[in-house]
Structure formats: structure tokens, C-alpha cells
Design a binder for this molecule. Structure first.
Ligand SMILES: Cc1cc2nc3c(=O)[nH]c(=O)nc-3n(C[C@H](O)[C@H](O)[C@H](O)COP(=O)(O)O)c2cc1C
Length: 149
């Protein structure tokens, strides 16, 4: 699978980071060139040079991004430059105990689409037990990337 994949995670307590690390390792094992990064350290302008972007994001507060992901989320939302060169997929982590379930991931998924990026596979929303949903999401990504190669 000779492709470059950027895996970004937005986390506050580490769950999303663990899944992002697993995602990166599994795609590297398939031959992808993977860049794994905390979204807090990824300036949104770099999306101009990205091609395949996987975003794993939890939700905090009342439907807010994790605190150190706020700048990226705001830039993604406020900027309107085209992201039509990007194929992307979002895994949203949250808890259905909250009214704004998975709101951060849902909003990022909408923002990528609004700016013209193309979904590699559909967003998956994960509740507090997320192993099955995560596996389903990752398998969808693997199939989609194989189809692209
Ligand atoms: C203080 C607090 C606020 C939260 N707010 C929300 C929320 O508004 N919506 C939601 O879907 N999940 C919410 N969650 C659940 C987290 O998103 C969930 O635990 C997630 O797995 C955390 O992932 P992380 O460790 O990668 O940050 C909240 C959790 C805490 C502790």
C-alpha cells in the first residue's frame, strides 16, 4: 500500500491517542507511509500539503473539542480554502451520557466535507465501549486504502 497517510488525534485523557497509535501501526504493517501526530502540534495550514488524513477525536465539555485541539478545530471550521485534494475519515469518541454525543468528531467530519474533502469511509461514532466500532472503522479504512492503491 504505497501511500502517505496523516493520522491526527485529538485527546484529553488518552483513549483516542491509543487508537491512533494502533491505527498507525496497522497501516504501516500494510506498507503505508504514516505520519502520526497530536492535532495540537499540527497547524491546520499543513492540510494544504496532505493527501490522506485520518482524524480520531474525542469530545469534552459540552460538545467541545479536547482543550489542546481547540485551535485546530477552530481553524478547520473558520477557514474556507478548498480541501478537495484530501481523502479523509473521522473516528469520533464520546459518551452517550452527554447531550452533545461525539460533537467534536461530527463537526470536524462536516467541516472537511464542506471544504470539499472526500470521505474515504464514513464517520464512526464510538461510545465508551468502542472496540467493535473502532475495528469496523479501521477495517473500512484498510479496504478503502487497498482500493486506492
Ligand atoms: C468532563 C468530561 C466531559 C465530556 N463531555 C463529552 C461530551 O460533551 N460529549 C461526548 O460525546 N463525550 C463527552 N465525554 C466523554 C469522552 O469523550 C470519552 O470519555 C472519550 O473516550 C475520551 O477520549 P480521550 O481520552 O481520547 O479524550 C466527556 C468526558 C468527560 C470526562
Amino acid at each position: 500500500m504505497p501511500c502517505q497517510v496523516t493520522v491526527l488525534y485529538a485527546t484529553a485523557s488518552g483513549n483516542t491517542e491509543q487508537l491512533a497509535v494502533f491505527t498507525a501501526e496497522s497501516l504501516r504493517a500494510l506498507g503505508a507511509d504514516v505520519r502520526l501526530q497530536n492535532i495540537a502540534d499540527y497547524p491546520a495550514e499543513q492540510l494544504a500539503r496532505a493527501s490522506i488524513v485520518l482524524v480520531l477525536a474525542s469530545t469534552w465539555g459540552e460538545g467541545a473539542p479536547p482543550p489542546d485541539a481547540e485551535a485546530f478545530c477552530a481553524a478547520l471550521h473558520e477557514d474556507s480554502s478548498s480541501l478537495a485534494h484530501i481523502r479523509y475519515a473521522v473516528l469520533a469518541l464520546g459518551s452517550s451520557a452527554y447531550a452533545e454525543f461525539c460533537a467534536c468528531g461530527r463537526r470536524m467530519d462536516e467541516d472537511f466535507a464542506r471544504r470539499g474533502a472526500i470521505r474515504l469511509s464514513p464517520r464512526v461514532d464510538c461510545d465508551t465501549k468502542y472496540k467493535a466500532e473502532f475495528t469496523q472503522w479501521l477495517e473500512g479504512i484498510q479496504s478503502a486504502l487497498k482500493a486506492l492503491a
